[in-house]
Design a protein around this ligand. Structure first.
Ligand code: 4AD
Length: 606
């Protein structure tokens, strides 16, 4: 091979093979040497170094000594008749710490031999005990298996009869407390169960409420009783009784079951429901298992209040003759700027998932008057904060023939009225009390703070910008600073009159200071901004100038611009983030807990 030439594949293979052969030969030599390591009378030598040796790693060779003579002896797997005289089968060579340098090995002394004999006897006793224990456990296991087998065999013959001749009323659990004394039939999932010798206590849920069910007699002798697991679906028939004095159960009643069966058995063992989600479960696994987490009490409670919250808003809108509409989610115009738009191909043309339905709400003011919608909005947020979702439920309203003060008053009224409704409702008030025991309904009037005063507040209270400098008028107040201020003030704040350049193109300028706008953000402690709203530009020319300023082509907005052409008027509105409002009300750490299947950057599963 030339000096600089690369070795051929065949040459490389030959080289590897020859290296391998040498290493195998070395290993064999070492093993032979160890085999040959015997004393004068032919007994094998085993080496022990208390300090440098190891009972777990050592082999007993000179280069790999044990740490104790007991381990050396045990390594020979000796029969008990050698225990009294271990050196009859092995020559034990000891190296003391002070003779390491000289590599001096001496035969085990008489006193050390005596100690070894004692240790061997101790080891034999421990071994015998472990063996006996193992056998005992084996026997117990076999006995248990036999008992289980017999129980199953017996259970096969216990068949409960669903007696048609006895009347039973099929009902949802929420209605059960009204049916004391009646025989009822319910279906549900086993939320918890506690098997006892003579009774099984089941807590069953059906989505409307929970019910404690008591099984006894033949009911706990069936195959289903043996197979029962949490989250199995069951059908139960029995008589409703009030719980005994001093005892508690959901709804104050319990079902004394006379017939029941499993409809769908959930797995037990390693796949059991209780093991899949625990307090220690990692957040990303929790997110993957959101469909199971939703069965938990906290998630269920949040979703229940969410439903009641939407209903309360709808009731309050209805009372005010504000009409619900359902604008499209697929759109071809942006509302809140291009940076958070989700774009998709719409039959070959670009389209977006809506960021806000506001512009569409504005268009129906002349036909329906005040309107609102509860619609999903989409934001391609590039950050992973605890208050940002990629898809959220946006409650938006648009009110006509109003002025800015009317908008603020309306917002305050709506928020307080909805909170009152939820605190009056027995279900939501109970949940609020459980999840947010310190919750106080906001006191009125809400603090109204001009943006310029907020800048002053931040500077006076040492709340700096992210780069450590003071805030100046014109700055966008970052999330952290906004939250610090809101938490310090610790009550709802209506932050008003933001600079024109910080806000969306459609906002009405302040008559007294046209660089600022008739805009409002409602800030809540712990969450920050829950509402964003404003008065809208009413004048055609001002709107055209606003498109131009923001670099937005006006053509795609022709339908929105027409509002200013065909009977313009003062109007304004707002958007409320439902998940943020819930996070505030129920003291949740993140808005992700307040969405059924939350979506955030990188997460659209399940
Ligand atoms: O302040 P925003 O962007 O205002 C608008 O979209 C207006 N067009 C609404 C209107 O006037 N009709 O959003 C309004 C509210 C915010 O205050 C916040 O509560 C919520 O929507 N929100 C979000 N919630 C969760 N995740 C996100 N990424 C959100 N972005 C806004």
């Amino acid at each position: 091979m030339a000096a600089n030439a690369q070795p051929s594949i065949a040459e490389q293979a030959q080289d590897v093979a020859s290296k391998l052969a040498t290493s195998v030969a070395d290993t064999l030599n070492f093993a032979d040497k160890q085999k040959e390591d015997v004393d004068k009378s032919g007994l094998p030598n085993l080496y022990i170094d208390e300090k440098a040796g190891s009972d777990t790693e050592g082999t007993g060779a000179e280069l790999s000594p044990f740490a104790t003579s007991l381990a050396a002896y045990q390594s020979l797997k000796p029969s008990p008749e050698n225990d009294a005289n271990p050196t009859s089968i092995v020559n034990l060579l000891i190296r003391k710490p002070d003779s390491v340098e000289r590599n001096e090995w001496v035969e085990i002394s008489t006193s050390a031999k005596k100690k070894l004999v004692k240790n061997i006897s101790g080891w034999r006793k421990t071994e015998a005990k472990a063996l006996a224990e193992g056998e005992k456990q084996q026997k117990e296991k076999a006995a248990q298996e036999e008992r289980d087998r017999k129980r199953r065999e017996e259970a096969q013959s216990v068949v409960l009869v669903d007696d048609d001749s006895k009347e039973s009323k099929k009902t949802k659990i929420f209605a059960v407390p009204e049916l004391v004394g009646s025989r009822v039939r319910i279906n549900g999932w086993v939320h918890r169960f506690r098997p006892q010798k003579t009774n099984y206590f089941l807590v069953v849920r059906d989505g409307t409420a929970m019910l404690q069910c008591i099984l006894s007699g033949d009911c706990i002798k069936t195959i289903d009783a043996l197979d029962l697991t949490t989250e199995s679906t069951v059908e139960l028939v029995g008589t409703v009784e009030k719980v005994k004095e001093g005892q508690t159960a959901p709804g104050g009643v319990e079902l004394i079951v006379d017939y029941w069966k499993i409809i769908g058995k959930a797995p037990g063992g390693s796949d059991a429901f209780e093991g899949r989600l625990t307090k220690e479960t990692d957040a990303s696994i929790r997110a993957d298992l959101r469909h199971l987490e939703l069965r938990g009490e906290t998630a269920t409670s949040v979703m229940r209040v969410r439903a009641l919250l939407l209903r309360a808003f709808r009731d309050s809108f209805y009372k005010r003759r504000i009409t619900e509409v359902t604008p499209p989610c697929m759109v071809q115009t942006s509302v809140e700027g291009g940076s958070t738009l989700f774009e998709f191909d719409y039959y070959g043309a670009p389209a977006y998932l809506t960021q806000s339905s506001q512009l569409y709400l504005e268009t129906v003011l002349p036909s329906l008057g005040d309107v609102y919608c509860i619609q999903e909005s989409f934001r391609a947020e590039k950050s992973l904060t605890r208050r940002h979702l990629s898809e959220y439920t946006h409650l938006e309203a648009e009110l006509v023939f109003i002025q800015f003060k009317d908008l603020l008053d309306h917002l305050e009224d709506m928020i307080c009225e909805v909170v009152d409704t939820l605190l009056t409702d027995p279900v939501s008030s109970e949940i609020i009390k459980t999840l947010n025991p310190d919750f106080q309904p906001p006191s009125r009037p809400f603090m109204r703070m001009d943006y310029r005063d907020a800048i002053k507040y931040l500077n006076e209270h040492g709340i700096k910008k992210e780069d450590g400098s003071d805030h100046v008028v014109g700055d966008d107040i970052a999330e952290a600073a906004e939250r610090k201020m809101t938490d310090q003030i610790n009550r709802p704040i209506m932050l008003i009159h933001f600079p024109k350049l910080l806000k969306a193109f459609y906002m009405q300028p302040l008559a007294s200071a046209p660089d600022f706008t008739e805009s409002v953000d409602v800030l809540m402690p712990n969450v920050g901004e829950v509402v964003g709203g404003s008065m809208r530009i009413t004048d055609y020319d001002t709107l055209m100038a606003a498109y131009k300023r923001e670099g937005i082509p006006s053509d795609p907005y022709y339908w929105f611009t027409d509002q200013r052409k065909y009977g313009t008027t003062e109007h304004g509105g707002y958007g409320l983030g439902v998940e943020r409002f819930l996070a505030w009300l129920l003291n949740r750490w993140t808005v992700r807990e307040c969405s059924l299947y939350p979506r955030w950057m990188g997460r659209a599963t399940p």
